[in-house]
Design a protein around this ligand. Sequence first.
Ligand code: PLP
Length: 386
Amino acid sequence: MRRKPATIAVRSGLNNDEQFGCVVPPIHLSSTYNFKGFNQPRTHDYSRRGNPSRDVVQRTLAELEGGADAIMTNSGMAAIHLLTTALLKPGDLLVAPHDCYGGTYRLFNSLAERGAYRVLFVDQGDSQAVQQALSQQPKLMLIESPSNPLLRVVDIAALCDAAHAAGALTVVDNTFLSPALQQPLALGADLVVHSCTKYLNGHSDVVAGTVIAKDQPLAEQLAWWANNIGVTGAAFDSYLLLRGIRTLSPRIKAAQQNATAIVDYLQHHPLVNKLYYPSLPTHPGHQIACRQQFGFGAMLSFELAGDEALLCRFLAGLQLFTLAESLGGVESLISHAATMTHAGMSAEARAAAGISDNLLRISVGIEDSEDLIADLEQAFQLAGKN
Ligand code: PLP
């Protein structure tokens, strides 16, 4: 029986130290390794290619997603860049969601402009648009579900089937849920990417990423490229990431419980126009989320009913929600899409993706939910006073 994510997260890589019997895997900072003798290398020769601390977290990441192997990179963007570098040649077509993470959008656009590959951004909730894109025989399709910042949910299994029928490989960016709440490889994807900076590490003190491949040959191809272009993660970051992963399941459960309480509160607030969270039966992806996710996660977004002055007063009034980019840490964060996470998109592209200038995104942390709701309430009261 395949172990559950909570067990894998805690147990993977424990008790493997032959020399001292360390329960927790030690950290290996050496950049290089001596040879046993002439032409007699050991398992590792140089830490860009392989490092024991990175090996152990890669094994854990692969086990968590149910893949053959994982490559840990020095950021989530490096993981995405690694994928396209390894899998796409000039002229090859990449299909990506029109509302993907802003950094991903910028990376694909800038490299497509230089001729590294071609890219087509499509609304993956629109089956006709997807079919039309697939008829152009892409090599790779990226899926991001739930998406950032509107939490749009797409049918991963159906998209993977359609992409495979068209001869494309599929990769799912699973950053917003983590393997504790969604397992894309089991839904048919060939690859998973993460910004490990988010839920996997969970403490906002590491920037890292990973690509996990379902099959060994694909994993080996990616590992070769990761060493070739030098995007592998550092030993200390590997150690911290594994330490963060140990508590993934209880962290995400606590954050999700808080998110549910906050959604209940925001749902009826007069200063909230639109609320985006996949547990809501009115959310267009609700049914799919119930089917393909093990929970609704701890990310939500909403539109404030008011002008920019009200928005400024609301943000200034908050004490327990830090105005900052990123997500998935133990602390609650709030961000303004138009000026922060999605500032890299043109106003037209934002409008096309449904991102209004009043949209705020919350990454719910694991503080006490009563305190979080009281903080929102007092900030709304301050904002509404003028
Ligand atoms: N994918 C998603 C969904 C993200 O939200 C982010 C960052 O916010 C990334 C990828 C990029 O990850 P990183 O910031 O670790 O490079």
